[in-house]
Design a protein around this ligand. Structure first.
Ligand code: PMT
Length: 211
């Protein structure tokens, strides 16, 4: 998965985040180059669809869940680099909301489904689930919690406050985290990181298949 999701406020406004899709598209391209059959489920981005990759475009976190759950049933490896909105607007206005003339404007948000958790709850034997963790503090502790909660085989943690890492840049600084420990990686292009992620995911897959 790749990119942000959009949660509508009214017919002309939405809530979103800074994800460009670059990380997820790099993973899809790398997998396609290695001969995998790839399905890329993408939120709204300005990026071109990678050649040879089947694409499904989604808007909201709920749309992402609906597209990913059935697709994940067929997948040997699921890598979730998308940045789905954790909240959506409780009541989407049917008409454009008017300015409040100096009054504060309050939006009530309600929790979105956790897509990776839902995929994790339906995890098949011999399936490899890779998640990301976009953190701004306590990277290791927060990422470890996500590893368990979402039934992930490993997590790619990125401190999105570091220059050259995270949202809307061509490079990233990541650490692989699982129950055996943490492997810190240096700054590299998102294309290079994509291959490192696939190397590790394939090693996990082969180890499971050999059991
Ligand atoms: O798109 P780019 O501009 O290239 O930026 C890349 C990135 C910073 C978006 C990417 O490297 C990254 O960190 N993606 C995960 C962003 C995120 O949502 O992190 P999180 O820590 O909130 O979520 C943890 C995991 O759960 C992620 O795999 C996420 O896809 C998933 N999730 C999160 C929320 C939610 N409601 N459902 C989910 O499935």
């Amino acid at each position: 998965t790749a990119g942000p999701t959009r949660e509508p406020i009214d017919p002309v406004r939405y809530i979103t985040n800074k994800s460009s899709g670059k990380m997820g598209y790099a993973i899809a391209r790398a997998a396609q180059l290695r001969g995998a059959r790839v399905l890329l489920i993408s939120g709204p981005t300005a990026l071109e669809a990678p050649a040879g990759v089947e694409m499904v475009r989604v808007e909201s976190t709920k749309d992402l869940l609906d597209a990913l759950l059935p697709a994940a049933e067929q997948a040997d490896i699921v890598v979730q680099a998308a940045a789905p909105a954790d909240y959506r607007v409780a009541e989407v206005a049917p008409q454009k909301i008017k300015k409040q003339d100096g009054e504060p404007f309050v939006l009530t948000l309600t929790e979105n489904p956790d897509v990776a958790k839902a995929v994790g709850e339906n995890k098949r034997e011999n399936q490899v689930l890779v998640g990301f963790a976009a953190e701004t503090q306590a990277v290791r502790a927060n990422a470890t919690r996500k590893l368990d909660k979402k039934h992930l085989d490993f997590i790619v943690a990125n401190d999105v406050t570091k220059p050259g890492a995270g949202f809307d840049v061509d490079t990233n600084i990541a650490a692989f985290l699982d129950h055996d420990g943490i492997e810190e990686l240096p700054l590299m292009t998102k294309d290079a990181l994509a291959h490192r992620i696939l190397d590790r995911a394939l090693a996990v897959l082969r180890a499971k298949q050999a059991r």
